[in-house]
Design a protein around this ligand. Sequence first.
Ligand code: ATP
Ligand code: LTN
Length: 344
Amino acid sequence: MENQNSKTNTASGTTERRKRIFSAIQPSGQMTLGNYLGAIRNWVDMQDEFDCIFATANLHAITVRQDPKKLRENTVNLFALLIASGVDPEKSIFFHQSMVPAHAELSWVLSTFTQFGELSRMTQFKDKSARHADNINAGLFTYPSLMAADILLYQADMVPVGDDQRQHLELTRDIAERFNGIYGKTFVVPEPYIKRNAARVRNLLDPSKKMSKSDPNTKSFILMVDEPATIMKKFRSAVTDSEACVRYAEGKDGINNLMEIYSACTGKSYEQIEDEFRGKGYGDFKTAVGEAVVAVLEPIQIRYRELLSDRKHLDEVAAKGAEAAARIAARTIEKVYKKVGLMR
Ligand code: ATP
Ligand code: LTN
């Protein structure tokens, strides 16, 4: 795990530390094909190039009210699904955020270096407080301080982020620079890692929106755990257009989305896809897209079910990951407490 493969041999024969990545996903529901092609698959790929530390962000999840049993179940399911997808606990550190108390400890300290005005400008806070108007709690407001703690605890060089998290990462950088400015170099200031092969998957019924697990219409998204027959059915009802020609073009959002999904699942270019379906109808294309998605998701689903049948093993993997994470986190906490003047 840590340090095990953290040195890379360069062309000149010298060794250098591999860049460290931190990322987390909230266990706030079922993962969609969008989550897989846009984020999870990217985590899997990054493991060979970087030292990766991954977590389920269950502390973040309680900023909206959760049923305890459901939260625990969602967290374990997410953990298993990510391992089934290829997140490898032998290569990366992988754990549940709540198992490493240093996240909460550093979050408190960093919240005193985060301004009310900065937090008020966060678009996710504005969106979520509109959606959960009956529970605009302090944690929802200080969510970015906890996210900054997640990242800065591990001195991560890079964080893979989608557009929705860019603003939080910017704030993390500002907090790190502010702290370093006062106390001297303490934190690595993390860079955004632009995802290389990440797809942006759109809503199947309204391709002007992104595919999102919180959409009320279940036909608008594919879940990673959807049955193959369900996946085929959902693609059959996906919105297209009246041109009946498979080509990537402006104004063909529905077909463009299906082409993006097909390309992401098969590795084929848009040109190859246009050739393959020249003279064929949308029905054939939708079937092919459905089959390609099933071919990617089915093996993951099989491993997922196997993993879930041994809950003890999953708990052991998380505990081992948390132990490795806690060792790194402790060094940062030690430094921070000393600098700020807190006894340990
Ligand atoms: P919600 O529906 O609750 O807003 P979500 O499905 O949009 O959630 P998040 O949990 O916010 O997903 O995101 C987890 C990760 O998946 C993020 O890195 C995000 O960029 C990525 N992601 C989410 N939806 C898509 C999508 N449709 N296409 C590509 N990537 C996505
Ligand atoms: N806020 C993120 C999840 C998250 C995260 C992080 C991502 C929590 N901590 C640290 C990157 C780095 C989300 O909701 N997608």
